[in-house]
Design a protein. Structure first.
Length: 69
C-alpha cells in the first residue's frame, strides 16, 4: 500500500510541476491572467496536500505510512 501511495504522491507532484510550467508559458505568451493565477493556486493546493501526507507528525510518524496499518 505504501508503494501505491508513493506513486500517487509522485504523480501529484509531477502534475504540479507541469501545471507550474504551463502557467509560466501561458503568462509569457500573454494568456488570460485569471487562468494563470488559477493554475498557480492549483499548484499550491497540490503541494500542500502532498506536504500533509509526507511531513512527520509530532510523534515522528509519517501519515502516508500510517495508511498501511
Amino acid at each position: 500500500m505504501v508503494a501505491a501511495m508513493d506513486m500517487v504522491l509522485s504523480l501529484v507532484m509531477l502534475a504540479a510541476l507541469a501545471l507550474l510550467a504551463g502557467a509560466w508559458f501561458l503568462h509569457r505568451r500573454g494568456g488570460p491572467r485569471r487562468q494563470v493565477i488559477l493554475m498557480v493556486v492549483l499548484v499550491v493546493i497540490a503541494a500542500v496536500n502532498v506536504a500533509i501526507w509526507i511531513v512527520p507528525t509530532p510523534d515522528g510518524r509519517v501519515p502516508a505510512e500510517q495508511v498501511a496499518e
